[in-house]
Design a protein around this ligand. Sequence first.
Ligand SMILES: Cc1cc2nc3c(=O)[nH]c(=O)nc-3n(C[C@H](O)[C@H](O)[C@H](O)COP(=O)(O)OP(=O)(O)OC[C@H]3O[C@@H](n4cnc5c(N)ncnc54)[C@H](O)[C@@H]3O)c2cc1C
Length: 394
Amino acid sequence: MTTIADTTIVNSTRAQAAATDLLVVGAGVVGLAHAYEALRRGLSVRVIERDHRANGASIRNFGHCCITGQGNDIIDMSYASRSGWLDCAADVGFWAPEAGAVVVARSPEEMAVVEQFRDERGTEAVEMLTGEAVASRLGRASGPEFLGGAFLPADLRVDPRTAVGSIAEWIAAQPRADVRFGVTVGAISDGRVHTTAGDFDAEKIVVCVGHDLDYLYPEVAGRYEVTRCSLQMAMAPSPRTFTTAAAVLTGTSLTRYDGFTAMPGHEQLTEALSRTSPELLELGANIMFTLRPDGTVLLGDSHSYDITMPPFQEEWITDRIIEEISGILGARLHLQQRWQGVYASSPQTSLLMEDIDEHTRAVSVTSGIGMTMSFGIASRTFESWGVDRVSATV
Ligand SMILES: Cc1cc2nc3c(=O)[nH]c(=O)nc-3n(C[C@H](O)[C@H](O)[C@H](O)COP(=O)(O)OP(=O)(O)OC[C@H]3O[C@@H](n4cnc5c(N)ncnc54)[C@H](O)[C@@H]3O)c2cc1C
């Protein structure tokens, strides 16, 4: 069995439970991906989560693993993450169809960005669609509003409301794992984690607390200028005609993922949107939607930034998002739920990985791509420690 340090010693006078090779703080998707990848490497792992079940960004999102739209700097990690998701889904048995994503282009500027993206990434990664094909994937008759678009076959879908819970349950059932909910970490020093349920020792500690990094490490969060990003989301029963599991992205999505914003046509696209739909830019919209396996559709979203996030939702923002998506689907949507999602953001990086000391690393995804990148990030963590996978499955 590979261990990070063969010298990991259980010292019952120092701590109340056996030390583990790895201790993960936070049972969101980033923490659980680290725990899963640790088990695949034959390591023992403990996960400590302050809530009684995952309740953060990882259950509030679209469940879209946006593999293709990532920037060139992290595209390899993105594809590695895709493999990690598929391995984990096979082990755990949760819904993770290789459903891809459809990009809907409704203006020449949107079409130009999609075509430039196809030219850069190639026709296997970016399959062009006619307006008719886009309409058909949306379950609609074609109309003049759809100029065309693209299908991104490598993108994956998961159900955010059930995926992380199933992963946590599965990890907890593994012989080398210990998952503790309802336990808050207060401080960490020199391989020892101080919690509301006592102290735990580990050779390596990964702190995956998302946007709450500033509570545990204010200096690190301050140095990276970490703020909170708040998003307004909603859910409705899907119109009968909309049945694709592919994520659906629209023109505003092309302004929000680094793969698309690197295209030369991005500037003209933003200018065009500022003429036709300035309010969408004002609310930081990424108009997109995803179908869940229970037949509801997740609808969003907006973006606003602050260190302490006001909880108040603006009704006009939800109205505008729903108006836009209803127009694309050609169907009225009857909202069933609304909620606020929050994730970490930094103007300096989309992925914060900081070694606090020789035992402890803080990992926060500081943009809206943590669901996509989680397993790739976890693999990178173990690579940097020189620990390889020892089996194809756990
Ligand atoms: C509305 C919305 C839509 C999004 N859509 C997508 C998408 O489609 N695709 C995509 O790739 N990304 C998406 N994202 C981003 C993605 O959801 C996040 O990047 C990702 O979930 C972050 O995961 P995490 O594990 O770091 O954080 P979280 O899920 O927030 O988990 C952190 C956990 O740490 C725990 N914790 C905090 N402090 C302590 C402590 N002191 N002790 C113990 N536990 C602690 C918290 O309780 C929490 O459970 C979206 C985000 C939102 C909000």
